[in-house]
Design a protein around this ligand. Structure first.
Ligand SMILES: [Fe+2]
Length: 234
């Protein structure tokens, strides 16, 4: 049987810790005992693959899922998904979920006193192309209050899940918007200690993908863990 090449473990401080007291929910979620190192085996270095047949082609446009347009500022979120060697993650499932323009999720546990939008569900998915590119049309989400501490507000953000090539490289993260005044006060954004790594969570305004009279473009590139194996020269 061929030797299994494991995936690279994250660099210290470039990922949020399990326990960060400023982020109150992490106190209950964090492991109470030190972790046991498990080598990557076949179940970690493999994962489900997705074909076009499993994809709803309309799911990449969150503004076209109902009979009318959702309220809010239409935006385009796009970028590339690569591994740490810059190799594209091809045909990889990428999913998004977000609050509406008023800062409210379509979820029974979200009881924020802001209106729901009958024309906005807030969920989408797509596959990356052969170069690892993806693109969503959506509306800019609103900031919303949360119960973490007194007067706590989440900066506007979009949740993303990228399946990648294997379970060991699957990434669940949040994308933020440049210039958001709430970012310095957000415990979740500030969970990531390394400033450069943290700033990679902020999308960039992008003229190239902005469509005149239609939508502003925001670029958000994503890097997944690479394998420990030496990259092959191509
Ligand atoms: Fe959220």
């Amino acid at each position: 049987m061929a030797k299994i090449a494991p995936y690279r473990r994250p660099n210290p401080d470039t990922q949020p810790p399990y326990l960060l007291p400023a982020y109150a929910s992490s106190i209950k979620r964090a492991p109470a005992k030190s972790l046991i190192y498990l080598p990557h085996t076949l179940s970690e270095v493999t994962g489900p693959s997705f074909t076009e047949a499993a994809i709803d082609v309309k799911a990449c446009d969150l503004t076209r899922q109902h009979s009318d347009n959702p309220l809010g500022e239409r935006i385009i979120v796009s970028g590339r998904v690569t591994d740490e060697e810059g190799r594209p993650l091809r045909h990889s499932l990428i999913e998004v979920w977000q609050a509406n323009a008023a800062g409210r999720y379509l979820h029974k546990r979200d009881q924020h006193n802001a209106p729901l939008d009958p024309n906005f569900t807030g969920c989408g998915h797509t596959l990356t192309d052969a170069e690892g590119r993806y693109r969503f049309v959506t509306i800019r989400p609103g900031a919303y209050p949360w119960g973490n501490h007194h007067n706590a507000w989440r900066p506007a953000h979009i949740h993303l899940s990228v399946f990648g090539a294997a379970f060991a490289s699957r990434l669940v993260t949040q994308m933020y918007f440049p210039g958001d005044p709430l970012l310095p006060f957000d415990p979740i954004f500030n969970c990531t200690a390394d400033e450069n790594a943290r700033n990679r969570l902020i999308s960039q305004f992008d003229w190239d993908t902005t469509i005149p009279s239609q939508a502003l473009g925001f670029k958000f590139d994503i890097v997944l863990s690479g394998r420990e194996a030496t990259p092959m020269e191509t």
